[in-house]
Design a protein around this ligand. Structure first.
Ligand SMILES: Cc1cc2nc3c(=O)[nH]c(=O)nc-3n(C[C@H](O)[C@H](O)[C@H](O)COP(=O)(O)OP(=O)(O)OC[C@H]3O[C@@H](n4cnc5c(N)ncnc54)[C@H](O)[C@@H]3O)c2cc1C
Length: 440
């Protein structure tokens, strides 16, 4: 017997099928091993069991339909290929721009001024088909653009927002550093005042979109005040270097970068006047945390939809997988999770719209939804058997994509502690003993 590698083996099998049976393009799993439809032909939505549309206004419903259509028709067919290559599909940026969600809740400056509910449901619909695309848009829109929208001068908003809203230019948002993750307010990058501007020195890590962003929103510590300030750095600034982070197991389409800032000059007109302390980032994070909470909702919907179709298509023991009681229980548990997640996400939006949402509310939402989503995608992965580890059927890819989302925008632990502090009045981010010693 000749032993061949799995890729050789698959190529052989495809060639055999191709020459003897099908005559269809090689390396299409549905052709090589005809057993179920791959996610490039996206499954119909079966996850909206409690008819969530009834809770949306007509504009939000229309936006939801539009985003779903574009994602299913234009993005689903290509996403696996780009995910596998860990490359960004630049040619889809105009398509994503045409969705009219760039700038989301910002009013004016060419931005759509969406309700937070509309923005959230759009984020979920993007994530339902591809989580990387939703991260790309959220980093651009709800972090980069929103910081300019909420903390920028009138002149900065007029200069930067219109082209960012159309996705003619792309933004990123740099807070995290190699040595500073959860403890973000301790960041070390410095901003030193010089004649007509500022000089930035330091490093940033994990920054989404940064390898190609035109506009980099960077947070740095003012060496005079010791407070955190915000700056707009342009991609061609001398002293700026960005290196792509390779070998990620999730959100592989998102281009995360390590940023080196060495003596980078930022003119006075590009310092964000509304960021004078770390607290000033909280109004941006309030919105972005709600948006990030909607990503796992969308991911879970897509996974449920894929499983629902797969279980009816694939047979074992002479019957569809959907006929087994154990599989039905898992499917129902996933469906229950999705309904509960949608309702928590929706309530968060309503609290925000009424000006009643607290940081604890947003953190509980993000933490709890990602926890339930982790259970949901694990069940989905299990239901697809071996095919559950392939990116082609969506579930394996979504399973991996959820992991970074569980961690970014505050890990599950940190978000739990934010809510814990709010409900008990006791902050427990630093172990008391160590914290006492570090003050000595
Ligand atoms: C794919 C991806 C994209 C990202 N995009 C961006 C971006 O665009 N811009 C940006 O600025 N950042 C970005 N980040 C960074 C992200 O916000 C951080 O990874 C996150 O805040 C966690 O920081 P860390 O990875 O350094 O983990 P650490 O802070 O080192 O934490 C490690 C573990 O310790 C736990 N832990 C830490 N402190 C405590 C505590 N006090 N109590 C209990 N447990 C604790 C954490 O919960 C975690 O489990 C991204 C990260 C990833 C993975």
């Amino acid at each position: 017997m000749t032993i061949v590698s799995s890729s050789q083996n698959q190529g052989e099998t495809v060639k055999n099928y191709k020459s003897s049976y099908f005559g269809l393009p090689a390396l299409d799993v549905s052709v090589a091993f005809p057993q179920a439809t791959p996610a490039s032909i996206f499954p119909p939505c079966a996850s909206d069991y409690y008819q969530f549309d009834d809770l949306l206004n007509p504009e939000e419903q229309a936006l939801r339909r539009k985003v779903r259509e574009v994602m299913e028709n234009d993005i689903a067919p290509i996403m696996t290929k780009y995910w596998e290559k860990a490359e960004f599909p630049f040619h889809v940026i105009p398509k994503l721009g045409s969705l009219g969600i760039g700038g989301s809740t910002i009013k004016g400056y060419g931005c759509p001024g969406l309700s937070i509910t509309g923005s959230a449901i759009a984020a979920a619909e993007v994530a339902r088909v591809d989580a990387s695309c939703s991260t790309f848009i959220l980093v651009h829109s709800c972090l980069g653009m929103l910081t300019i929208g909420l903390c920028g001068s009138e002149e900065q908003k007029q200069r930067y927002l219109p082209s960012l809203a159309q996705l003619h230019t792309v933004a990123c948002w740099g807070l995290t550093e190699p040595g500073i993750g959860s403890d973000a307010s301790s960041l070390k990058t410095t901003a030193t005042k010089v004649s007509r501007g500022w000089v930035l020195d330091g490093q940033k890590r994990w920054i989404g979109n940064s390898t190609f962003a035109d506009v980099l929103v960077i947070f740095a510590r003012n060496t005079n005040t010791n407070q955190i300030n915000g700056f707009i750095v342009k991609k061609d600034a001398p002293g700026l270097r960005v290196t792509k982070i390779e070998n990620k197991i999730g959100l592989r389409i998102v281009q995360n970068g390590d940023i080196l800032l060495k003596n980078v000059f930022v003119p006075d007109e590009d310092r964000l006047p509304g960021v004078n302390s770390f607290q000033d980032t909280s109004k941006v994070l309030a919105v972005s945390r709600v948006m990030v909470a909607w990503q796992p909702i969308g991911i879970s919907m897509g996974v449920y939809d894929a499983c629902h179709r797969y279980l009816k298509e694939r047979k074992q023991f002479g019957v569809p997988l959907a006929a087994f009681q154990l599989n039905q229980e898992k499917l129902v548990r996933m469906l229950g999770n999705v309904q509960a997640m949608l309702l928590i996400g929706w309530r968060l939006c309503k609290l925000y719209e009424k000006g009643k949402m607290t940081p604890g509310h947003a953190s509980l939402g993000k933490a709890w939804i990602t926890l339930r989503a982790r259970e949901t995608v694990s069940l989905g992965r299990e239901l697809l058997g071996g095919n559950g580890i392939l990116s082609d059927f969506l579930v394996g890819k979504a399973f991996c994509d959820l992991e970074p989302i569980y961690t970014y925008e505050g890990t599950y632990d940190i978000n739990s502690l934010v809510t814990g502090r709010e409900i008990t009045g006791i902050a427990s981010f630093k172990p008391a003993e160590l914290s006492k010693r570090s003050r000595l």
